[in-house]
Design a protein around this ligand. Structure first.
Ligand SMILES: C[C@@](CO)(OP(=O)(O)O)[C@H](O)COP(=O)(O)OP(=O)(O)OC[C@H]1O[C@@H](n2ccc(N)nc2=O)[C@H](O)[C@@H]1O
Ligand SMILES: Nc1ncnc2c1ncn2[C@@H]1O[C@H](COP(=O)(O)OP(=O)(O)O)[C@@H](O)[C@H]1O
Length: 268
Protein backbone atom coordinates (compact mmCIF):
# COMPACT_ATOMS: atom_id res chain seq x y z
CA UNK A 1 0.00 0.00 0.00
CA UNK A 2 1.21 3.47 -0.91
CA UNK A 3 0.43 6.82 0.64
CA UNK A 4 1.66 10.36 -0.03
CA UNK A 5 2.31 12.35 3.18
CA UNK A 6 1.79 16.00 2.28
CA UNK A 7 3.20 19.01 4.13
CA UNK A 8 1.74 22.16 5.70
CA UNK A 9 2.32 25.86 5.86
CA UNK A 10 1.56 28.12 8.80
CA UNK A 11 -0.51 31.15 7.84
CA UNK A 12 0.31 33.43 10.76
CA UNK A 13 2.08 32.03 13.80
CA UNK A 14 1.87 33.78 17.15
CA UNK A 15 3.77 32.32 20.09
CA UNK A 16 1.65 33.44 23.01
CA UNK A 17 3.26 31.96 26.14
CA UNK A 18 5.72 29.47 27.52
CA UNK A 19 3.99 26.55 29.25
CA UNK A 20 4.99 24.84 32.49
CA UNK A 21 5.91 21.71 30.44
CA UNK A 22 8.54 23.72 28.51
CA UNK A 23 6.50 23.84 25.29
CA UNK A 24 4.81 27.00 23.97
CA UNK A 25 1.19 27.88 23.36
CA UNK A 26 0.53 29.26 19.91
CA UNK A 27 -2.10 30.54 17.50
CA UNK A 28 -1.72 29.52 13.86
CA UNK A 29 -3.68 28.49 10.80
CA UNK A 30 -2.24 25.24 9.45
CA UNK A 31 -2.94 24.74 5.74
CA UNK A 32 -2.14 21.52 3.78
CA UNK A 33 0.14 21.81 0.75
CA UNK A 34 0.67 19.14 -1.92
CA UNK A 35 4.47 18.78 -1.76
CA UNK A 36 4.65 15.14 -0.61
CA UNK A 37 6.81 12.20 0.40
CA UNK A 38 5.99 8.62 -0.61
CA UNK A 39 5.41 5.98 2.07
CA UNK A 40 4.98 2.29 1.22
CA UNK A 41 3.89 -0.49 3.52
CA UNK A 42 4.11 -4.19 2.62
CA UNK A 43 3.32 -7.08 5.01
CA UNK A 44 6.56 -9.04 5.60
CA UNK A 45 8.03 -11.79 7.75
CA UNK A 46 9.92 -9.29 9.88
CA UNK A 47 9.80 -5.53 10.49
CA UNK A 48 12.11 -3.32 8.43
CA UNK A 49 12.39 0.37 7.61
CA UNK A 50 14.33 1.76 4.66
CA UNK A 51 14.50 5.21 3.10
CA UNK A 52 15.62 6.88 -0.10
CA UNK A 53 15.62 10.40 -1.54
CA UNK A 54 16.74 13.24 0.76
CA UNK A 55 19.05 12.09 3.56
CA UNK A 56 17.23 12.11 6.91
CA UNK A 57 19.48 13.13 9.82
CA UNK A 58 19.41 10.95 12.92
CA UNK A 59 19.08 7.29 13.76
CA UNK A 60 16.74 5.47 11.26
CA UNK A 61 15.46 3.23 14.09
CA UNK A 62 14.02 6.44 15.64
CA UNK A 63 12.45 7.64 12.40
CA UNK A 64 8.96 8.97 13.07
CA UNK A 65 7.50 6.26 10.78
CA UNK A 66 9.13 3.58 12.93
CA UNK A 67 7.91 5.30 16.09
CA UNK A 68 4.36 5.38 14.67
CA UNK A 69 4.52 1.62 14.04
CA UNK A 70 5.91 0.92 17.53
CA UNK A 71 3.24 3.07 19.17
CA UNK A 72 0.43 1.03 17.61
CA UNK A 73 2.30 -2.26 18.08
CA UNK A 74 2.29 -1.62 21.84
CA UNK A 75 -1.55 -1.66 21.83
CA UNK A 76 -2.46 -3.99 18.92
CA UNK A 77 -1.39 -7.36 17.48
CA UNK A 78 0.29 -5.72 14.50
CA UNK A 79 1.91 -8.07 11.97
CA UNK A 80 5.44 -7.20 10.84
CA UNK A 81 5.73 -4.88 7.84
CA UNK A 82 8.31 -3.63 5.43
CA UNK A 83 8.15 0.20 5.40
CA UNK A 84 9.85 2.33 2.80
CA UNK A 85 9.91 6.12 2.88
CA UNK A 86 10.99 8.12 -0.16
CA UNK A 87 11.85 11.53 1.26
CA UNK A 88 11.08 14.53 -0.93
CA UNK A 89 9.86 17.26 1.45
CA UNK A 90 12.83 19.23 2.85
CA UNK A 91 13.79 18.61 6.48
CA UNK A 92 14.12 21.32 9.14
CA UNK A 93 11.98 23.38 6.81
CA UNK A 94 8.95 24.41 8.87
CA UNK A 95 6.78 22.18 6.67
CA UNK A 96 6.07 19.45 9.22
CA UNK A 97 7.35 16.77 6.85
CA UNK A 98 8.42 14.30 9.53
CA UNK A 99 5.19 14.81 11.49
CA UNK A 100 3.21 14.14 8.34
CA UNK A 101 5.09 10.89 7.65
CA UNK A 102 4.20 9.73 11.16
CA UNK A 103 0.52 10.68 10.88
CA UNK A 104 0.17 9.04 7.46
CA UNK A 105 1.91 5.91 8.81
CA UNK A 106 -0.68 5.72 11.62
CA UNK A 107 -3.52 6.13 9.11
CA UNK A 108 -2.06 3.53 6.73
CA UNK A 109 -1.58 0.94 9.51
CA UNK A 110 -5.10 1.62 10.78
CA UNK A 111 -6.51 1.01 7.32
CA UNK A 112 -4.32 -1.95 6.28
CA UNK A 113 -4.89 -3.91 9.47
CA UNK A 114 -8.48 -2.74 10.08
CA UNK A 115 -7.70 -1.48 13.58
CA UNK A 116 -10.93 0.52 13.66
CA UNK A 117 -9.36 3.64 15.17
CA UNK A 118 -11.47 6.81 14.97
CA UNK A 119 -10.11 10.20 13.90
CA UNK A 120 -9.99 11.29 17.56
CA UNK A 121 -8.08 8.14 18.57
CA UNK A 122 -5.60 8.56 15.70
CA UNK A 123 -5.10 12.20 16.76
CA UNK A 124 -4.35 11.04 20.32
CA UNK A 125 -1.66 8.65 19.06
CA UNK A 126 -0.28 11.38 16.78
CA UNK A 127 -0.02 13.90 19.66
CA UNK A 128 2.38 11.50 21.36
CA UNK A 129 4.75 11.72 18.38
CA UNK A 130 4.94 15.50 17.94
CA UNK A 131 3.00 18.73 18.35
CA UNK A 132 2.36 19.12 14.61
CA UNK A 133 1.50 15.51 14.02
CA UNK A 134 -2.22 15.42 14.93
CA UNK A 135 -3.03 18.07 12.30
CA UNK A 136 -2.10 15.63 9.51
CA UNK A 137 -4.73 13.07 10.56
CA UNK A 138 -7.57 15.10 9.06
CA UNK A 139 -5.16 17.18 6.96
CA UNK A 140 -7.52 20.07 6.28
CA UNK A 141 -7.17 23.80 7.02
CA UNK A 142 -7.43 24.29 10.79
CA UNK A 143 -6.97 27.06 13.30
CA UNK A 144 -4.57 25.53 15.82
CA UNK A 145 -3.99 26.57 19.42
CA UNK A 146 -2.18 25.35 22.55
CA UNK A 147 0.83 23.26 21.36
CA UNK A 148 -0.57 23.34 17.83
CA UNK A 149 -2.48 20.14 18.53
CA UNK A 150 -5.88 21.54 19.55
CA UNK A 151 -8.09 22.48 16.64
CA UNK A 152 -10.84 24.96 15.83
CA UNK A 153 -12.70 24.93 12.52
CA UNK A 154 -11.64 27.72 10.16
CA UNK A 155 -13.67 28.92 7.19
CA UNK A 156 -10.61 29.74 5.09
CA UNK A 157 -10.73 28.57 1.49
CA UNK A 158 -7.71 29.45 -0.66
CA UNK A 159 -8.44 26.90 -3.39
CA UNK A 160 -7.58 28.37 -6.78
CA UNK A 161 -4.58 30.29 -5.46
CA UNK A 162 -1.08 29.19 -6.45
CA UNK A 163 1.61 28.63 -3.82
CA UNK A 164 5.35 28.83 -4.32
CA UNK A 165 7.50 27.28 -1.58
CA UNK A 166 11.18 28.23 -1.41
CA UNK A 167 13.51 26.13 0.74
CA UNK A 168 16.87 27.93 0.89
CA UNK A 169 18.91 24.75 1.49
CA UNK A 170 19.27 25.67 5.13
CA UNK A 171 17.86 23.50 7.95
CA UNK A 172 16.60 25.20 11.12
CA UNK A 173 15.96 23.17 14.25
CA UNK A 174 12.49 23.72 15.70
CA UNK A 175 13.74 23.51 19.31
CA UNK A 176 16.42 26.16 18.67
CA UNK A 177 13.92 28.45 16.95
CA UNK A 178 11.55 28.24 19.95
CA UNK A 179 14.46 29.03 22.29
CA UNK A 180 14.88 32.39 20.49
CA UNK A 181 11.27 33.69 20.67
CA UNK A 182 9.79 36.11 23.18
CA UNK A 183 6.21 34.91 23.71
CA UNK A 184 3.45 37.50 24.01
CA UNK A 185 -0.29 37.69 23.48
CA UNK A 186 -1.13 39.55 20.22
CA UNK A 187 -3.39 42.61 20.50
CA UNK A 188 -5.69 41.22 17.80
CA UNK A 189 -6.23 37.46 17.67
CA UNK A 190 -4.91 35.86 14.48
CA UNK A 191 -8.35 34.29 13.86
CA UNK A 192 -9.79 37.80 13.47
CA UNK A 193 -7.04 38.96 11.08
CA UNK A 194 -7.56 35.91 8.87
CA UNK A 195 -11.20 36.84 8.32
CA UNK A 196 -10.13 39.99 6.46
CA UNK A 197 -9.35 39.75 2.70
CA UNK A 198 -6.00 38.10 1.82
CA UNK A 199 -4.76 41.44 0.38
CA UNK A 200 -4.71 42.86 3.95
CA UNK A 201 -2.61 40.03 5.42
CA UNK A 202 0.71 41.54 4.30
CA UNK A 203 0.27 44.24 6.96
CA UNK A 204 -1.37 42.14 9.66
CA UNK A 205 -0.72 38.38 9.57
CA UNK A 206 2.65 37.68 11.16
CA UNK A 207 4.95 34.74 11.92
CA UNK A 208 6.71 35.54 15.23
CA UNK A 209 9.72 33.35 14.33
CA UNK A 210 10.62 35.85 11.58
CA UNK A 211 11.60 38.43 14.25
CA UNK A 212 14.39 36.30 15.68
CA UNK A 213 15.42 34.33 12.56
CA UNK A 214 15.50 37.03 9.83
CA UNK A 215 18.39 38.93 11.50
CA UNK A 216 20.40 35.68 11.79
CA UNK A 217 19.60 34.39 8.27
CA UNK A 218 19.21 37.45 5.95
CA UNK A 219 18.50 35.09 3.01
CA UNK A 220 15.03 34.48 4.50
CA UNK A 221 13.99 38.16 4.38
CA UNK A 222 15.53 38.40 0.92
CA UNK A 223 13.37 35.53 -0.37
CA UNK A 224 10.26 37.08 1.17
CA UNK A 225 10.95 40.39 -0.61
CA UNK A 226 11.57 38.58 -3.88
CA UNK A 227 8.23 36.77 -3.57
CA UNK A 228 6.45 40.11 -3.19
CA UNK A 229 8.50 41.50 -6.10
CA UNK A 230 7.20 38.76 -8.41
CA UNK A 231 3.61 39.43 -7.39
CA UNK A 232 2.76 37.44 -4.24
CA UNK A 233 -0.49 38.54 -2.60
CA UNK A 234 0.92 37.30 0.69
CA UNK A 235 4.35 35.95 1.65
CA UNK A 236 5.70 34.55 4.92
CA UNK A 237 8.08 32.10 6.46
CA UNK A 238 6.39 28.79 7.38
CA UNK A 239 6.62 27.51 10.96
CA UNK A 240 10.07 27.74 12.50
CA UNK A 241 11.63 28.00 9.02
CA UNK A 242 13.44 27.86 6.85
CA UNK A 243 10.88 27.62 4.02
CA UNK A 244 9.40 30.92 2.84
CA UNK A 245 6.23 30.78 0.75
CA UNK A 246 4.29 33.14 -1.48
CA UNK A 247 0.60 32.93 -2.37
CA UNK A 248 -0.26 34.12 -5.88
CA UNK A 249 -3.42 34.73 -7.94
CA UNK A 250 -2.01 32.59 -10.80
CA UNK A 251 1.01 30.39 -11.61
CA UNK A 252 4.30 32.33 -11.68
CA UNK A 253 7.55 32.15 -13.57
CA UNK A 254 10.26 31.45 -11.01
CA UNK A 255 13.03 34.04 -11.29
CA UNK A 256 16.65 32.87 -11.67
CA UNK A 257 17.33 34.30 -8.24
CA UNK A 258 14.74 32.06 -6.56
CA UNK A 259 15.44 29.15 -8.94
CA UNK A 260 18.78 28.57 -7.16
CA UNK A 261 16.87 27.14 -4.22
CA UNK A 262 14.69 24.04 -3.78
CA UNK A 263 11.32 25.35 -4.99
CA UNK A 264 7.89 23.78 -5.39
CA UNK A 265 4.86 25.32 -7.03
CA UNK A 266 1.30 24.05 -6.98
CA UNK A 267 -2.33 24.87 -6.30
CA UNK A 268 -3.60 25.34 -2.78
C1 LIG B 1 6.97 25.44 14.80
C2 LIG B 1 5.90 24.51 14.32
C3 LIG B 1 4.67 25.36 13.95
O1 LIG B 1 3.71 24.63 13.28
O2 LIG B 1 6.20 23.76 13.17
P1 LIG B 1 7.58 23.41 12.37
O3 LIG B 1 8.27 24.66 12.05
O4 LIG B 1 8.42 22.53 13.24
O5 LIG B 1 7.12 22.66 11.15
C4 LIG B 1 5.49 23.50 15.43
O6 LIG B 1 5.06 24.17 16.59
C5 LIG B 1 6.55 22.49 15.78
O7 LIG B 1 5.95 21.27 16.03
P2 LIG B 1 6.81 19.90 16.01
O8 LIG B 1 7.86 20.00 14.94
O9 LIG B 1 5.85 18.77 15.94
O10 LIG B 1 7.53 20.00 17.39
P3 LIG B 1 7.81 18.85 18.49
O11 LIG B 1 8.52 17.73 17.81
O12 LIG B 1 6.59 18.55 19.27
O13 LIG B 1 8.81 19.63 19.46
C6 LIG B 1 10.12 19.96 19.10
C7 LIG B 1 10.61 21.03 20.07
O14 LIG B 1 10.02 22.30 19.74
C8 LIG B 1 9.62 23.01 20.90
N1 LIG B 1 8.16 23.25 20.84
C9 LIG B 1 7.38 22.59 19.95
C10 LIG B 1 6.03 22.87 19.88
C11 LIG B 1 5.48 23.84 20.77
N2 LIG B 1 4.18 24.15 20.74
N3 LIG B 1 6.27 24.47 21.67
C12 LIG B 1 7.62 24.20 21.71
O15 LIG B 1 8.33 24.80 22.52
C13 LIG B 1 10.07 22.17 22.07
O16 LIG B 1 11.36 22.65 22.45
C14 LIG B 1 10.20 20.77 21.51
O17 LIG B 1 11.17 20.02 22.18
N1 LIG C 1 10.32 10.78 8.53
C1 LIG C 1 11.06 11.83 8.88
N2 LIG C 1 11.23 12.87 8.03
C2 LIG C 1 11.95 13.95 8.39
N3 LIG C 1 12.56 14.10 9.57
C3 LIG C 1 12.43 13.10 10.47
C4 LIG C 1 11.68 11.93 10.15
N4 LIG C 1 11.72 11.13 11.23
C5 LIG C 1 12.45 11.76 12.15
N5 LIG C 1 12.88 12.94 11.72
C6 LIG C 1 13.67 13.93 12.50
O1 LIG C 1 12.88 15.14 12.64
C7 LIG C 1 13.66 16.29 12.39
C8 LIG C 1 12.89 17.41 11.66
O2 LIG C 1 11.64 17.01 11.22
P1 LIG C 1 10.74 17.88 10.19
O3 LIG C 1 9.33 17.53 10.49
O4 LIG C 1 11.18 17.73 8.81
O5 LIG C 1 11.01 19.35 10.65
P2 LIG C 1 10.26 20.65 10.26
O6 LIG C 1 8.82 20.44 10.59
O7 LIG C 1 10.88 21.73 11.10
O8 LIG C 1 10.51 20.83 8.82
C9 LIG C 1 14.84 15.80 11.54
O9 LIG C 1 16.01 16.46 11.92
C10 LIG C 1 14.94 14.30 11.78
O10 LIG C 1 16.02 13.98 12.61
Amino acid sequence: MLTFPTCKINIGLRITEKRPDGFHNLQSCFYPVGWSDVLELIPASEFSFTDSGLAIPGDPTKNLCVRAYQLLKADFELPPVQMHLHKIVPIGAGLGGGSSDAAFALKLLNERFALGLTVAQLQDYARRLGSDCAFFIENKPMYCVEKGDVFQEVSLDLSGYTILLVYPNLAISTAEAYAGVRPRLPETPLSEQLQAPIETWRDSVHNDFEDSLFPVYPVLADIKHQLYDIGAVYASMSGSGSTVYGIFQAPVTVSNHLGRYNVWQGKL
